[in-house]
Design a protein around this ligand. Sequence first.
Ligand SMILES: [Zn+2]
Length: 322
Amino acid sequence: MLYRIALTGRAALAGFVKGRLQMRIAIAGFMHESNTFSSSRTDRAAFAEQSLVFGPALLEEWRDAHHEVGGFIEAARADGFELVPLLMAWAMPAGPVADAIFEEITNRLIEELRQQRPDGLLLALHGAMVAESHLDADGDVLARLRQALGPESPIVVTLDLHGNISQRLIDNCNAAIAYRTCPHVDQRECGRRAASTLVRMLRGEIHPRQALAKPPVIVNIMVHDTSCEPLKSFMEEARTLERQPGILAVSLLPGFPYADVPHMGPSIIVVADNNAELARREAERLGAKLWDARERLVRKLPDAATAVSQALNAQKLPVVLV
Ligand SMILES: [Zn+2]
């Protein structure tokens, strides 16, 4: 039983809904997509410019957002849990995160978890964050949060489809669930799915076990659109697999190629109910399929001069140069 019962005063009163103790779930986000080929650094000002909010202020800023954190907040009412808002840090994709702000945010999260002692944690990560001294910044944050929270409290993580996922990240959370679409139109829904997974865990209804497969390919950014082949079929297969008994979530992330890190590349994460072997088998099966499709994951693109010349001679307008 994971619910905390040592609540006092107002917290105790607020904790009882319809005669039962309400679970307290911490929500937080620490998100960056880091391009290691960029000479820029993403510093505190870069986060402050977009979102760097602490405590209840994050609820106001993110409640209505088409974002997984908006989904976490919405789920609190639907799934009947008390929100413990910790912080939200989000900066525009750019060069690696400066160590100073990486440490500040990570340490603040650790402090908050130690003080608040929630029943569980919902954490929005991007999955492709690199800091100056941390090639696997997302994995390192989670490892430190897991240590602060202890092994018993569940952690469910949401991920952008462009995350480069490490085994360290998977080892330090109970379930990781990624967006299903690119462009990302299901972010809020992703947050709700993560919240529902955590709530079902806390109620003892499910016992997630997850596995990661990393086929050794690079998925060209030009084939990431999930409404087009080849990814369309892969996403449909993931949804079919999710309907099988014992499977809780299937994520297929093409990854972020502009990161020179060991765990760069696509990731398949399968979360199964109390069945690590099933998760491993299905993740590896999908990973092998992606490997078999590798020829279709390549796009031949014109170089910059050719692209400009093609644009100038285009018969159909507008032309977008990317
Ligand atoms: Zn993305």
